[in-house]
Ligand binder design. Structure first.
Ligand SMILES: *[C@@H]1O[C@H](CO)[C@@H](O)[C@H](O)[C@H]1NC(C)=O
Ligand SMILES: *[C@@H]1O[C@H](CO)[C@@H](O)[C@H](O)[C@H]1NC(C)=O
Ligand SMILES: *[C@@H]1O[C@H](CO)[C@@H](O)[C@H](O)[C@H]1NC(C)=O
Ligand SMILES: *[C@@H]1O[C@H](CO)[C@@H](O)[C@H](O)[C@H]1NC(C)=O
Length: 173
């Protein structure tokens, strides 16, 4: 009788954590959204208001026959100088993934003259903030809908138990 809610709670908690972890951990940003890495686009405007967290990725999608992806320092970003790139992220496929694995400023430009046309982006990478305490309760509520065969009387304590378990989890880690 007592084993069942414990199992349900464990299952729900594990599922919830599996669902939350990739979301909480990393975002793969397609640079420029639908426009991709292209001319006639302002990447400063695109990056504005976005939060780039450590271990996110930048995904550059572009015409491999024309553009490329070069990481440069601030000076060379500002002057569009591709003569001494810090890292050449160009693989040749026109689809390059850059891991933002250090909390710092990153600067990317396209060589071959495209930087002057605006193909340049600066991103500030921050540490991931701790998960908000409200999130597990929201997930618990969503789970309630999927396990609709169970009575509210059983589920309500389970939802609260998840919250408590999560709090304990937060405090342990
Ligand atoms: C960027 O690199 C260039 C050439 O190596 C150097 O002259 C310049 O001072 C560097 N700028 C920064 C901000 O480090
Ligand atoms: C960057 O690397 C690609 C693939 O290896 C290469 O074709 C290209 O010439 C390199 N570009 C620069 C500017 O080093
Ligand atoms: C970040 O990623 C780059 C490229 O994959 C790698 O060379 C570097 O060692 C990584 N740095 C850290 C701190 O993980
Ligand atoms: C992008 O827009 C900003 C203002 O939001 C402006 O300061 C900047 O010069 C523009 N960049 C380019 C490459 O046009």
């Amino acid at each position: 009788m007592q084993k069942v809610p414990t199992m349900v709670m464990l299952t729900i908690t594990c599922t919830m954590m599996l669902l939350m972890l990739p979301e909480a951990y990393a975002t793969r940003w397609t640079v420029g959204g639908n426009m991709g890495w292209n001319t006639n686009f302002n990447y400063t405007t695109w990056a504005k208001g976005k939060h780039f967290y450590k271990d996110d990725w930048l995904f550059f999608v572009y015409d491999r026959n024309q553009m490329n992806v070069l990481e440069v320092n601030k000076t060379d970003y500002e002057s569009c100088n591709s003569d001494h790139a810090l890292h050449n992220w160009t693989t040749g496929a026109g689809r390059d993934v850059v891991p933002l694995n250090v909390t710092r400023n990153y600067y990317f430009i396209s060589g071959k003259g495209f930087c002057y046309g605006g193909m340049k982006i600066a991103v500030h990478v921050e540490n991931l903030p701790p998960p908000p305490k409200a999130a597990p309760i929201k997930s618990g509520t969503t789970t309630t809908l999927t396990v609709s065969s169970m009575s509210q009387i059983v589920l309500l304590p389970v939802v609260f138990a998840i919250g408590t378990a999560w709090d304990a989890f937060i405090h342990i880690w």
